[in-house]
Design a protein around this ligand. Sequence first.
Ligand SMILES: Cc1cc2nc3c(=O)[nH]c(=O)nc-3n(C[C@H](O)[C@H](O)[C@H](O)COP(=O)(O)OP(=O)(O)OC[C@H]3O[C@@H](n4cnc5c(N)ncnc54)[C@H](O)[C@@H]3O)c2cc1C
Length: 311
Amino acid sequence: MDRDKKRFEQELAALLSEAQIKREEPLSRHTTFRVGGAAEYLLTPNIGQIPEVVALCRRFRLPLVIIGNGSNLLVSDEGLRGVVLEMGKCASGIRVEGTTLFAQAGTLLSETANTAARCGLSGMEFAAGIPGSVGGAVVMNAGAYGGEMKDILTGVRVLTKSGQVIDRKAEELELSYRHSRMMREKELVLEAVLSLGPGDEAEIRGRMEELKEKRVAKQPLEYPSAGSTFKRPEGYFAGKLIEEAGLRGFRVGDAQVSEKHCGFVINRGAACAADIIELMQQVRGRVKEMSGVELEPEVRLLGFSGDAGLG
Ligand SMILES: Cc1cc2nc3c(=O)[nH]c(=O)nc-3n(C[C@H](O)[C@H](O)[C@H](O)COP(=O)(O)OP(=O)(O)OC[C@H]3O[C@@H](n4cnc5c(N)ncnc54)[C@H](O)[C@@H]3O)c2cc1C
């Protein structure tokens, strides 16, 4: 081990327990696509530990990537050098004050929506079936069935690139379709403030169940995926364009355009990231040829050079 690495590890050990530090951890274990090479370090700090851990990585000039539940990620087969900071169980927790919900970034959306339902708070039903964390959902401005995070988010606590922890109001966050200021500025979301309304628990749960049934009926949930692979181009649906290009079921190795929902690329079992990228490139080319529409990935690419031919 070189001297710098040894010093980094010594300082890291003073901040985190051994259980919070993984070395050469396969990221296929941390993404819903079930693909991706190893992270040199995968760290799981709690919210209070994050600023110091990030400062340490910066001091040692280590590349740093933040992940949530890994449900919108495609990680290269080569993996990631440097540090992956996972906002998971260690960074999760919910506090309810009246109709306001304070959720730490690593809390799962499903858990947050369930807490809201239990407290008779309505507004999060749309998000209950999105398999992401609160932080990932805020950064992506995740949405479904007519709702999006923008509708319920009133503020966030972020760690800025200069290492400050600050609170920002929703109006400052540039929330739009699958976009946010935090995505643009590469800021780390620590906590989200969600404003909900009073509701009836049975009705809220009924709506959540109804949306869950729609998902099960329409989406290939039986296979690993990262949800919708491409963004919805204005005036079109990506899945419909892909289907019309004759690509339902199209395969590269074990990566496949879902037969159930052409907007999803699925991993039939043994796909690697290179198969998925190749499939995405071919789909993009064929759709462009057939309809003139350029598909843009919704899935976030990590560890590829440039835009992996998908920009
Ligand atoms: C079966 C399935 C169905 C899906 N359905 C939907 C849907 O209906 N609607 C929808 O919008 N999405 C959907 N998705 C995609 C995905 O669940 C969402 O984009 C989700 O918000 C991603 O959250 P995550 O925690 O998994 O983030 P990740 O995938 O881990 O990360 C996504 C991006 O957010 C960044 N990030 C994550 N956490 C933080 C943080 N705390 N601070 C700063 N940056 C952070 C990452 O760097 C990355 O750029 C679906 C995915 C699957 C697999």
